[in-house]
Design a protein around this ligand. Structure first.
Ligand SMILES: [Ca+2]
Length: 451
């Protein structure tokens, strides 16, 4: 079971940041009962490309989407016939479902027609069942989709909303009965009922991909969570996301599935916590990492990653192994003894050995490519991080900067000595710039991360 929060920050969770202003008892409990990775990265600093990478094991910048995210009327992004974690597990005998925010497009034509069944849907990518919303909860059209069609077509219109900070959605088409506040609870309930169904067929393994819709905007905590945090409605909404995780974990236990299920809790990119938010609240959604969601700096893509698997993963473990969310597919392949085929999951490395402490069968990841909302690249290996270009490449100003005569044209940081990426060593360590630059180019031109 893979629970992907949307825009949840490394520093939102107590188990990662003791000073978090948000109570996150459910995440913390799963971390105590499993392993917590401290050097895990989403393959992109924004939603769509990370989701592509999770499901296909391939960096999204290799696909047709070179920067940014899909809109709600964009066609399917995952190429027809490409293997996914779901298709791999389905062929290994699993029941597969995706419940929550898809954000990978539907159908083969644009704009997507929500009044008809889609010719490409999550089912085409290996999922037996799908229920959820097309894109972020602030992107039109606002509808639920079940399998390959809208549950109720978006025939009404919402003028959008943008006050107070974080209670935001764009104007656009909406299904007449759609209620924004209900989405996270509805998704959670669907996941719980799916687990109930699975318990009735215990001999068949299952893969539930659960991309939650929060704490992405609109921040809409239910009344029960008002005032639960010291970080305003954002923090209260994170507390509600934590509660959703608790409900799913409770269902897993009550259905008798807990002992034999690998649970992963992570996030698709860093928190959208701006310098103004940091000024307003004594809360650091992205802890001490530089920047925010969308940026090339670490707050954009360093994400919480917790894995629990009784009997396989020792409780209370912490792993500093470098991992990327593209690693799901190689890990699923290793667990099931299914070899990856040539041209599948090109950027995926199994994290099984790092999680379980067992001897490594597959090669471990030694570097990772980062990618920002605006399509800026960086590479990390060991303590070194090379960024191609100046600025954040995302939401933090300056987003882009032109090199000054005699100044650096990129950024090089030593994260062991300088976790906050403040001391640019680009001109002092040309050897590292050359070495990492060559590795990044190799990964790009070779078409895969593995040799
Ligand atoms: Ca996101």
């Amino acid at each position: 079971m893979y629970v992907l929060a949307d825009d949840l920050g490394w520093g939102d969770l107590h188990c990662y940041n003791e000073a978090s202003a948000v109570p996150t008892p459910n995440y913390d409990r799963v971390a105590r009962e499993g392993v917590r990775f401290t050097d895990c990265h989403s393959p992109s600093s924004v939603c769509t490309p990370t989701r592509y990478g999770i499901l296909t094991g391939r960096y999204c910048w290799r696909s047709r989407l070179k920067s940014g995210v899909l809109q709600g009327y964009d066609r399917a992004l995952i190429e027809p016939g490409r293997a996914t974690a779901a298709s791999l597990l389905k062929s290994a005998g699993y029941s597969t479902a995706a419940v929550g925010k898809w954000h990978l497009g539907f159908g083969s034509t644009e704009p997507v027609d929500y009044s008809r069944p889609f010719d490409i849907s999550p089912e085409s990518h290996g999922f037996d069942y799908y229920f959820g919303i097309p894109a972020s909860l602030d992107f039109e059209p606002y509808v639920y989709v079940e399998n390959n069609r809208a549950v109720e077509p978006p025939t009404a219109f919402t003028p959008g909303l943008n006050v107070p900070r974080g209670v935001f959605w764009r104007q656009g088409k909406v299904a007449p009965s759609f209620v924004f506040e209900d989405v996270l609870p509805v998704v959670t309930k669907k996941a719980v009922s799916y687990l109930g169904e699975r318990a009735r067929q215990p001999e068949k393994p299952f893969f539930l991909y659960l991309p939650l819709t929060g704490p992405h905007t609109p921040w809409l905590p239910a009344r029960a969570f008002e005032g639960k945090s010291r970080a305003g409605i954002y923090g209260d909404f994170v507390a509600m996301v934590d509660d959703a995780v608790g409900q799913v974990m409770t269902a897993l236990r009550e259905q008798g599935l807990e002992q034999n299920t690998l649970v992963v809790l992570t996030s698709d990119n860093g928190a959208h916590w701006t310098p103004e938010d940091r000024e307003r609240f004594a809360h650091r959604s992205n802890a001490y990492w530089r920047g925010q969601k969308a940026d090339i700096h670490d707050a954009g893509h360093r994400v919480p990653f917790i894995a629990r698997w009784p009997g396989k993963i020792a409780p209370g473990t912490v792993s500093g192994q470098l991992t990327c969310l593209t690693d799901l597919m190689a890990t699923a392949a290793e667990i099931n003894g299914v070899p990856l085929k040539q041209g599948e999951a090109e950027d995926s490395f199994s994290f099984l050995a790092a999680a379980t402490g067992q001897a490594a069968k597959a090669p471990a990841r030694t570097s990772v490519v980062h990618h920002s909302a605006q399509g800026m690249f960086a590479i990390r290996r060991g303590e070194w991080k090379l960024i191609e270009g100046l600025g954040s490449g995302g939401f933090t100003e300056p987003r882009k900067a032109t090199p000054v005569p005699g100044g650096p044209s990129g950024q090089l940081y030593n994260l062991s000595a300088d976790a906050g990426e403040s001391d640019n060593l680009y001109q002092r360590r040309p050897d590292m710039v050359r070495e990492l630059g060559a590795e990044l180019n190799g990964i790009r031109t070779r078409g895969r991360s593995r040799n």
